[in-house]
Design a protein around this ligand. Structure first.
Ligand SMILES: Cc1cc2nc3c(=O)[nH]c(=O)nc-3n(C[C@H](O)[C@H](O)[C@H](O)COP(=O)(O)O)c2cc1C
Length: 338
Protein backbone atom coordinates (compact mmCIF):
# COMPACT_ATOMS: atom_id res chain seq x y z
CA UNK A 1 0.00 0.00 0.00
CA UNK A 2 1.23 3.48 -0.84
CA UNK A 3 1.81 5.92 2.04
CA UNK A 4 -0.72 8.73 2.39
CA UNK A 5 -0.10 11.48 -0.17
CA UNK A 6 -3.30 13.55 0.02
CA UNK A 7 -5.17 14.77 3.09
CA UNK A 8 -8.77 15.92 2.52
CA UNK A 9 -11.97 16.28 4.52
CA UNK A 10 -12.93 12.77 3.37
CA UNK A 11 -9.64 11.08 4.27
CA UNK A 12 -10.00 12.67 7.72
CA UNK A 13 -13.71 11.90 8.14
CA UNK A 14 -13.44 8.29 6.94
CA UNK A 15 -10.05 7.68 8.56
CA UNK A 16 -8.52 6.45 5.29
CA UNK A 17 -5.14 7.00 3.65
CA UNK A 18 -6.25 7.72 0.08
CA UNK A 19 -9.06 9.93 -1.23
CA UNK A 20 -10.48 7.02 -3.22
CA UNK A 21 -13.84 5.51 -2.37
CA UNK A 22 -15.32 2.43 -4.05
CA UNK A 23 -19.10 2.76 -4.42
CA UNK A 24 -21.51 -0.15 -4.04
CA UNK A 25 -21.62 -2.69 -6.87
CA UNK A 26 -24.74 -4.84 -7.10
CA UNK A 27 -23.80 -8.56 -6.92
CA UNK A 28 -20.09 -7.75 -6.86
CA UNK A 29 -19.21 -5.60 -3.82
CA UNK A 30 -18.77 -8.40 -1.31
CA UNK A 31 -16.41 -8.89 1.64
CA UNK A 32 -13.42 -9.91 -0.50
CA UNK A 33 -13.66 -6.85 -2.75
CA UNK A 34 -14.44 -4.35 0.00
CA UNK A 35 -11.59 -5.69 2.15
CA UNK A 36 -9.29 -5.31 -0.88
CA UNK A 37 -10.24 -1.63 -1.14
CA UNK A 38 -9.95 -1.00 2.61
CA UNK A 39 -6.62 -2.79 2.90
CA UNK A 40 -5.32 -0.70 -0.03
CA UNK A 41 -6.11 2.51 1.88
CA UNK A 42 -9.55 3.44 0.50
CA UNK A 43 -13.12 2.90 1.69
CA UNK A 44 -15.48 0.31 0.25
CA UNK A 45 -19.13 -0.60 0.76
CA UNK A 46 -20.66 -4.08 0.86
CA UNK A 47 -23.82 -3.86 -1.22
CA UNK A 48 -26.60 -4.99 1.12
CA UNK A 49 -29.07 -5.88 -1.67
CA UNK A 50 -26.69 -8.55 -2.93
CA UNK A 51 -27.28 -10.55 0.28
CA UNK A 52 -31.05 -10.61 0.85
CA UNK A 53 -31.12 -13.25 3.59
CA UNK A 54 -30.10 -11.97 7.06
CA UNK A 55 -27.84 -14.98 7.60
CA UNK A 56 -25.97 -14.44 4.34
CA UNK A 57 -25.55 -10.75 5.04
CA UNK A 58 -24.28 -11.35 8.58
CA UNK A 59 -21.81 -13.92 7.32
CA UNK A 60 -20.52 -11.45 4.72
CA UNK A 61 -20.01 -8.76 7.36
CA UNK A 62 -18.16 -11.25 9.59
CA UNK A 63 -15.97 -12.20 6.66
CA UNK A 64 -15.19 -8.54 5.91
CA UNK A 65 -14.25 -8.01 9.56
CA UNK A 66 -11.82 -10.92 9.36
CA UNK A 67 -10.32 -9.83 6.04
CA UNK A 68 -9.84 -6.21 7.09
CA UNK A 69 -8.36 -7.17 10.46
CA UNK A 70 -10.72 -4.77 12.22
CA UNK A 71 -10.25 -1.76 9.91
CA UNK A 72 -13.54 0.06 9.27
CA UNK A 73 -15.50 -0.83 6.14
CA UNK A 74 -18.90 0.25 4.88
CA UNK A 75 -22.31 -0.92 3.69
CA UNK A 76 -24.22 0.41 0.65
CA UNK A 77 -27.98 0.93 0.99
CA UNK A 78 -29.56 1.57 -2.40
CA UNK A 79 -33.21 2.62 -2.24
CA UNK A 80 -34.78 1.54 -5.50
CA UNK A 81 -37.65 3.35 -7.20
CA UNK A 82 -39.24 -0.14 -7.20
CA UNK A 83 -40.01 0.21 -3.49
CA UNK A 84 -40.87 -3.49 -3.03
CA UNK A 85 -37.14 -4.11 -3.64
CA UNK A 86 -36.28 -2.11 -0.49
CA UNK A 87 -38.13 -4.19 2.10
CA UNK A 88 -35.03 -5.92 3.53
CA UNK A 89 -33.01 -2.72 3.93
CA UNK A 90 -34.23 -1.58 7.40
CA UNK A 91 -33.39 -4.99 8.90
CA UNK A 92 -30.05 -5.01 7.06
CA UNK A 93 -29.18 -1.60 8.50
CA UNK A 94 -29.86 -2.93 12.02
CA UNK A 95 -27.72 -6.00 11.37
CA UNK A 96 -24.87 -3.84 10.08
CA UNK A 97 -25.07 -1.51 13.11
CA UNK A 98 -25.17 -4.53 15.45
CA UNK A 99 -22.04 -5.85 13.79
CA UNK A 100 -20.28 -2.54 14.43
CA UNK A 101 -20.41 -1.15 10.88
CA UNK A 102 -20.32 2.67 11.04
CA UNK A 103 -19.75 3.68 7.41
CA UNK A 104 -22.64 3.89 4.95
CA UNK A 105 -23.30 4.94 1.39
CA UNK A 106 -26.92 5.67 0.51
CA UNK A 107 -28.25 6.16 -3.01
CA UNK A 108 -31.53 6.24 -4.90
CA UNK A 109 -34.66 7.54 -3.16
CA UNK A 110 -34.10 10.07 -0.33
CA UNK A 111 -33.03 7.93 2.66
CA UNK A 112 -34.18 10.20 5.53
CA UNK A 113 -35.07 7.46 8.08
CA UNK A 114 -31.93 5.50 7.31
CA UNK A 115 -29.68 8.54 7.66
CA UNK A 116 -31.23 9.52 10.99
CA UNK A 117 -30.78 6.01 12.35
CA UNK A 118 -27.16 5.92 11.17
CA UNK A 119 -26.38 9.30 12.74
CA UNK A 120 -28.09 8.28 16.03
CA UNK A 121 -25.81 5.25 16.10
CA UNK A 122 -22.73 7.43 15.58
CA UNK A 123 -22.20 6.45 11.95
CA UNK A 124 -20.68 8.29 8.99
CA UNK A 125 -22.87 8.44 5.88
CA UNK A 126 -22.69 9.95 2.44
CA UNK A 127 -25.58 10.14 0.01
CA UNK A 128 -24.98 9.71 -3.72
CA UNK A 129 -26.89 11.70 -6.34
CA UNK A 130 -26.55 12.35 -10.06
CA UNK A 131 -27.10 16.12 -10.24
CA UNK A 132 -25.82 19.14 -8.34
CA UNK A 133 -29.45 20.20 -7.85
CA UNK A 134 -30.14 16.98 -5.95
CA UNK A 135 -26.85 17.40 -4.08
CA UNK A 136 -27.93 20.85 -2.83
CA UNK A 137 -31.31 19.48 -1.82
CA UNK A 138 -29.90 16.39 -0.06
CA UNK A 139 -27.28 18.47 1.77
CA UNK A 140 -29.93 20.82 3.12
CA UNK A 141 -32.55 18.19 4.03
CA UNK A 142 -30.54 15.21 5.25
CA UNK A 143 -28.07 15.14 8.15
CA UNK A 144 -25.51 13.37 5.96
CA UNK A 145 -21.77 13.87 6.45
CA UNK A 146 -20.90 14.16 2.77
CA UNK A 147 -22.42 14.10 -0.69
CA UNK A 148 -21.31 12.16 -3.76
CA UNK A 149 -22.19 13.47 -7.20
CA UNK A 150 -21.83 11.12 -10.16
CA UNK A 151 -21.58 12.48 -13.68
CA UNK A 152 -23.01 11.25 -16.96
CA UNK A 153 -19.99 9.02 -17.58
CA UNK A 154 -20.75 6.69 -14.66
CA UNK A 155 -21.77 3.06 -14.72
CA UNK A 156 -25.24 2.32 -13.34
CA UNK A 157 -27.58 5.27 -12.84
CA UNK A 158 -26.31 8.60 -14.21
CA UNK A 159 -29.68 10.34 -13.71
CA UNK A 160 -31.80 12.09 -16.32
CA UNK A 161 -29.79 15.22 -17.07
CA UNK A 162 -26.48 13.67 -18.09
CA UNK A 163 -24.11 16.43 -17.09
CA UNK A 164 -20.45 15.41 -17.10
CA UNK A 165 -18.15 15.20 -14.09
CA UNK A 166 -15.93 18.09 -15.23
CA UNK A 167 -18.89 20.45 -14.90
CA UNK A 168 -20.43 18.87 -11.83
CA UNK A 169 -17.23 18.70 -9.75
CA UNK A 170 -16.51 22.44 -9.39
CA UNK A 171 -20.23 23.26 -9.29
CA UNK A 172 -20.91 20.83 -6.46
CA UNK A 173 -17.99 22.30 -4.52
CA UNK A 174 -19.34 25.83 -5.04
CA UNK A 175 -22.90 25.00 -4.06
CA UNK A 176 -22.68 22.34 -1.36
CA UNK A 177 -21.22 23.14 2.02
CA UNK A 178 -20.21 19.56 2.88
CA UNK A 179 -17.35 17.29 1.85
CA UNK A 180 -17.81 16.21 -1.77
CA UNK A 181 -17.04 12.97 -3.57
CA UNK A 182 -17.02 13.06 -7.35
CA UNK A 183 -17.66 9.98 -9.46
CA UNK A 184 -18.35 9.16 -13.07
CA UNK A 185 -15.64 8.30 -15.55
CA UNK A 186 -12.71 8.28 -13.13
CA UNK A 187 -10.16 5.61 -13.99
CA UNK A 188 -6.79 7.35 -13.81
CA UNK A 189 -4.87 9.08 -11.06
CA UNK A 190 -4.70 12.26 -13.14
CA UNK A 191 -8.50 12.40 -12.87
CA UNK A 192 -8.28 11.81 -9.12
CA UNK A 193 -5.86 14.75 -8.89
CA UNK A 194 -8.16 16.79 -11.15
CA UNK A 195 -11.23 16.37 -8.94
CA UNK A 196 -9.13 17.23 -5.88
CA UNK A 197 -7.82 20.30 -7.74
CA UNK A 198 -11.43 21.28 -8.45
CA UNK A 199 -12.08 21.25 -4.72
CA UNK A 200 -13.58 17.80 -4.21
CA UNK A 201 -12.49 15.65 -1.27
CA UNK A 202 -12.42 12.22 -2.91
CA UNK A 203 -12.96 10.29 -6.12
CA UNK A 204 -15.78 7.75 -6.16
CA UNK A 205 -15.00 4.78 -8.39
CA UNK A 206 -16.97 1.77 -9.63
CA UNK A 207 -16.14 0.78 -13.20
CA UNK A 208 -12.32 0.97 -12.95
CA UNK A 209 -12.38 -1.65 -10.18
CA UNK A 210 -14.54 -4.16 -12.12
CA UNK A 211 -11.36 -5.90 -13.29
CA UNK A 212 -9.92 -6.34 -9.80
CA UNK A 213 -8.87 -9.91 -8.97
CA UNK A 214 -11.02 -9.76 -5.83
CA UNK A 215 -14.19 -9.23 -7.91
CA UNK A 216 -15.72 -12.71 -8.19
CA UNK A 217 -17.25 -12.33 -11.68
CA UNK A 218 -16.15 -14.67 -14.47
CA UNK A 219 -12.95 -13.61 -16.27
CA UNK A 220 -14.90 -13.33 -19.55
CA UNK A 221 -16.82 -10.40 -18.06
CA UNK A 222 -13.60 -8.74 -16.91
CA UNK A 223 -12.10 -9.30 -20.37
CA UNK A 224 -15.12 -7.55 -21.92
CA UNK A 225 -14.45 -4.56 -19.65
CA UNK A 226 -10.74 -4.60 -20.59
CA UNK A 227 -11.54 -4.78 -24.32
CA UNK A 228 -14.14 -2.01 -24.12
CA UNK A 229 -13.46 1.42 -25.54
CA UNK A 230 -15.02 4.51 -23.98
CA UNK A 231 -17.66 4.33 -26.74
CA UNK A 232 -18.75 0.78 -25.85
CA UNK A 233 -21.36 1.62 -23.22
CA UNK A 234 -25.08 2.04 -23.86
CA UNK A 235 -27.56 4.40 -22.22
CA UNK A 236 -31.03 2.91 -21.92
CA UNK A 237 -34.29 3.28 -19.95
CA UNK A 238 -34.44 7.08 -20.15
CA UNK A 239 -38.05 6.55 -21.30
CA UNK A 240 -38.76 4.90 -17.92
CA UNK A 241 -37.10 7.89 -16.17
CA UNK A 242 -34.52 5.45 -14.82
CA UNK A 243 -31.56 6.01 -17.14
CA UNK A 244 -28.95 3.28 -16.98
CA UNK A 245 -25.43 3.04 -18.44
CA UNK A 246 -24.01 -0.40 -19.04
CA UNK A 247 -22.18 -2.69 -21.42
CA UNK A 248 -23.47 -2.23 -24.97
CA UNK A 249 -24.78 -5.78 -25.45
CA UNK A 250 -27.71 -7.81 -26.82
CA UNK A 251 -29.82 -6.85 -23.79
CA UNK A 252 -29.33 -3.09 -24.01
CA UNK A 253 -29.97 -3.29 -27.77
CA UNK A 254 -33.26 -5.16 -27.14
CA UNK A 255 -34.27 -2.50 -24.60
CA UNK A 256 -33.29 0.29 -26.99
CA UNK A 257 -35.50 -1.31 -29.64
CA UNK A 258 -38.51 -1.34 -27.26
CA UNK A 259 -37.84 2.31 -26.45
CA UNK A 260 -37.57 3.14 -30.17
CA UNK A 261 -40.97 1.51 -30.68
CA UNK A 262 -42.37 3.74 -27.92
CA UNK A 263 -43.28 0.85 -25.58
CA UNK A 264 -44.08 2.32 -22.17
CA UNK A 265 -45.30 -0.66 -20.09
CA UNK A 266 -42.63 -1.72 -17.61
CA UNK A 267 -43.71 -5.37 -18.00
CA UNK A 268 -42.24 -5.41 -21.52
CA UNK A 269 -38.86 -4.42 -20.09
CA UNK A 270 -38.95 -6.61 -17.00
CA UNK A 271 -37.33 -9.72 -18.55
CA UNK A 272 -34.34 -7.63 -19.61
CA UNK A 273 -33.81 -5.73 -16.39
CA UNK A 274 -34.17 -8.60 -13.91
CA UNK A 275 -31.29 -8.62 -11.49
CA UNK A 276 -30.95 -12.40 -11.63
CA UNK A 277 -29.95 -12.18 -15.30
CA UNK A 278 -27.04 -10.00 -14.19
CA UNK A 279 -26.00 -12.54 -11.60
CA UNK A 280 -26.14 -15.31 -14.20
CA UNK A 281 -24.06 -13.24 -16.61
CA UNK A 282 -21.39 -12.68 -13.95
CA UNK A 283 -21.41 -16.36 -12.98
CA UNK A 284 -21.43 -17.87 -16.46
CA UNK A 285 -19.27 -15.23 -18.13
CA UNK A 286 -21.86 -14.22 -20.70
CA UNK A 287 -21.55 -10.45 -21.25
CA UNK A 288 -24.61 -10.39 -23.52
CA UNK A 289 -26.96 -11.42 -20.73
CA UNK A 290 -28.70 -8.82 -18.56
CA UNK A 291 -28.08 -5.11 -18.18
CA UNK A 292 -24.55 -4.97 -16.80
CA UNK A 293 -23.51 -1.64 -15.30
CA UNK A 294 -20.35 -0.22 -16.82
CA UNK A 295 -19.23 3.38 -17.26
CA UNK A 296 -16.95 5.07 -19.76
CA UNK A 297 -13.93 4.56 -17.46
CA UNK A 298 -13.90 0.99 -18.82
CA UNK A 299 -11.35 2.31 -21.31
CA UNK A 300 -8.84 2.72 -18.45
CA UNK A 301 -9.25 -0.86 -17.18
CA UNK A 302 -6.31 -2.60 -18.82
CA UNK A 303 -5.65 -5.81 -16.89
CA UNK A 304 -6.85 -8.08 -14.11
CA UNK A 305 -4.86 -7.37 -10.94
CA UNK A 306 -5.48 -6.97 -7.21
CA UNK A 307 -7.33 -3.85 -6.01
CA UNK A 308 -4.15 -2.77 -4.24
CA UNK A 309 -2.22 -2.71 -7.52
CA UNK A 310 -4.94 -0.61 -9.17
CA UNK A 311 -5.03 1.71 -6.17
CA UNK A 312 -1.22 2.07 -6.13
CA UNK A 313 -1.24 3.01 -9.82
CA UNK A 314 -4.02 5.56 -9.22
CA UNK A 315 -2.08 7.15 -6.37
CA UNK A 316 1.25 7.19 -8.24
CA UNK A 317 -0.46 8.79 -11.23
CA UNK A 318 -2.29 11.32 -9.04
CA UNK A 319 0.99 12.32 -7.37
CA UNK A 320 2.62 12.69 -10.81
CA UNK A 321 -0.30 14.82 -12.02
CA UNK A 322 -0.07 17.07 -8.96
CA UNK A 323 3.66 17.36 -9.63
CA UNK A 324 3.02 18.36 -13.24
CA UNK A 325 0.85 21.24 -12.02
CA UNK A 326 3.73 22.39 -9.84
CA UNK A 327 6.18 22.02 -12.72
CA UNK A 328 4.17 24.04 -15.24
CA UNK A 329 3.13 26.75 -12.81
CA UNK A 330 5.19 29.82 -13.70
CA UNK A 331 7.06 30.88 -10.61
CA UNK A 332 6.03 27.63 -8.88
CA UNK A 333 2.70 26.50 -7.45
CA UNK A 334 2.84 28.97 -4.57
CA UNK A 335 3.22 31.94 -6.92
CA UNK A 336 0.37 30.64 -9.09
CA UNK A 337 -1.89 30.50 -6.05
CA UNK A 338 -1.18 34.15 -5.11
C1 LIG B 1 -21.31 -3.04 -11.93
C2 LIG B 1 -21.81 -1.86 -11.15
C3 LIG B 1 -22.79 -2.05 -10.18
C4 LIG B 1 -23.25 -0.96 -9.41
N1 LIG B 1 -24.17 -1.19 -8.42
C5 LIG B 1 -24.51 -0.19 -7.58
C6 LIG B 1 -25.35 -0.42 -6.46
O1 LIG B 1 -25.84 -1.54 -6.24
N2 LIG B 1 -25.65 0.62 -5.63
C7 LIG B 1 -25.12 1.88 -5.84
O2 LIG B 1 -25.37 2.79 -5.04
N3 LIG B 1 -24.32 2.13 -6.91
C8 LIG B 1 -23.99 1.14 -7.75
N4 LIG B 1 -23.13 1.38 -8.82
C9 LIG B 1 -22.56 2.75 -8.99
C10 LIG B 1 -21.18 2.86 -8.30
O3 LIG B 1 -21.29 2.72 -6.91
C11 LIG B 1 -20.53 4.23 -8.59
O4 LIG B 1 -21.39 5.27 -8.18
C12 LIG B 1 -20.21 4.43 -10.06
O5 LIG B 1 -19.73 3.23 -10.61
C13 LIG B 1 -19.17 5.54 -10.25
O6 LIG B 1 -18.94 5.81 -11.59
P1 LIG B 1 -17.90 4.97 -12.53
O7 LIG B 1 -18.63 3.73 -12.90
O8 LIG B 1 -17.68 5.87 -13.68
O9 LIG B 1 -16.67 4.72 -11.73
C14 LIG B 1 -22.71 0.34 -9.64
C15 LIG B 1 -21.75 0.52 -10.64
C16 LIG B 1 -21.29 -0.56 -11.39
C17 LIG B 1 -20.24 -0.31 -12.44
Amino acid sequence: MRPQRFKTRITELFGIDHPIVAGGLMWLADAAYVAGVVNAGGMGYITAKTFPGPGEFEAELDKAKRLTGGKPFGVNLYLSVHTDHNKDLPAQLEIALDKGVRHFETAGLPPADFVERIKDAGGVVFHKVATVKHAVSAASKLPVDAIAVVGAECGGHPGLNLVGSIVQAPLAVQRVDKPILIGGGIGTGAQVAAVLAMGADAALIGTRFLVASEIWSHDAIKQRVIDAQETDTALVLASMRNTFRGIDNATTRAIAELERQGVTEFEAYRPYVMGLAQKQAYTEGDPEKGILSMGQACVFADRIEPVEAIMDRLIDDAVAAAGRMGAISVGGAAAAAE
